[in-house]
Ligand binder design. Structure first.
Ligand SMILES: O=c1ccn([C@@H]2O[C@H](COP(=O)(O)O)[C@@H](O)[C@H]2O)c(=O)[nH]1
Length: 272
């Protein structure tokens, strides 16, 4: 998907909601656990009930890989089920020597047809470049993550007095551009999101951490929105586990709808 198409989608749906498809087998409603493909059946219902409010879906690979080959089958079926024209993100946090990254990129962009994959910047330019050679596909580079461990390295001062995440943002702009690269920034990072925005004013930010991790959607918009919106805000558990019962699809719809209502207001406020 191109940037123009993504921006159009956000406008059409008045939404920048990304629904995280992170199903743990043991947390699924009991009636689904006994079926032949519980993860896929669960995701199908979540997608059906949230599609009116979401512009993107983000399955995190861990939840599928944990089940081995049948988990990957559920992932492929889920990806095929997501309606065309919606942005899809493989949250895989890959990155290796170039020769290996090339195969990761093929896996997510050719074998599967994701629009974007999350990539860790730690191994540098040659580990990221192979993901950037695909037409209309996106790298989403980890910038400032939502977890407390982000303090360990990302906020560490480097020689030039800048934090490591700032150096990542600056340097990586030589590898890609705002048409093929986004950055992960945690919703839990409050005002720091504004520091990110200063360095990458025109790039999309993928912002996880609203919902179960306590990040504020209002703060994310205040500090991170640009004139085009420039945000995809992800929430996983708060939507998919809004109910643990048979009504989980309906409950997911209510949660997604609430986020969507707030997003409509925020788009109106910051992005006219
Ligand atoms: O900094 C990061 C990067 C990725 N994630 C992922 O996003 C979702 C968040 O799930 P919630 O249930 O809404 O907390 C999950 O897949 C994480 O691995 C992140 O949280 N923070």
């Amino acid at each position: 998907m191109t940037k123009t198409e993504l921006l159009r989608l956000i406008k059409e749906k008045s939404s920048f909601l990304c629904v995280g498809l992170d199903p743990s087998l043991e947390k699924l409603p009991a009636h689904l656990q006994k079926g032949p493909d519980p993860l896929f059946e669960f995701n199908k219902i979540i997608i059906d009930h949230t599609i009116d409010f979401a512009v993107a879906y983000k399955p995190n690979l861990a939840f599928y890989e944990a089940l081995g080959p049948r988990g990957l089958e559920s992932l492929e079926k889920t990806l095929e089920y997501i309606p065309g024209g919606v942005f899809t993100i493989a949250d895989a946090k890959r990155g290796d020597i170039g020769n290996t990254s090339r195969l990761y990129a093929k896996a997510f962009f050719e074998r599967m047809d994701f629009d974007a994959v999350t990539v860790a910047p730690y191994m540098g330019e040659d580990s990221v470049m192979p993901f950037l050679g695909f037409q209309d596909k996106w790298v989403i580079l980890l910038g400032l993550t939502s977890n407390f461990g982000s303090l360990d390295f990302q906020l560490m001062k480097t020689e030039n007095g800048k934090c490591l995440f700032e150096t990542v943002l600056e340097k990586s702009q030589k590898w890609g551009n705002s048409d093929n690269m986004m950055y992960v920034v945690g919703a839990t990072k409050g005002e720091k999101i504004a520091d990110v925005r200063k360095i990458v004013p025109g790039h999309f930010l993928l912002v996880p951490g609203v919902g179960a991790q306590g990040g504020s959607l209002e703060e994310v918009a205040k500090y991170g929105m640009n004139k085009d919106c420039g945000l995809l805000v992800n929430s996983s558990r708060s939507i998919i586990y809004a109910s643990s019962d048979k009504d989980f699809g309906w409950a997911a719809k209510q949660e997604a709808s609430k986020l969507h209502n707030t997003m409509e207001d925020l788009l109106e406020k910051y992005c006219k």
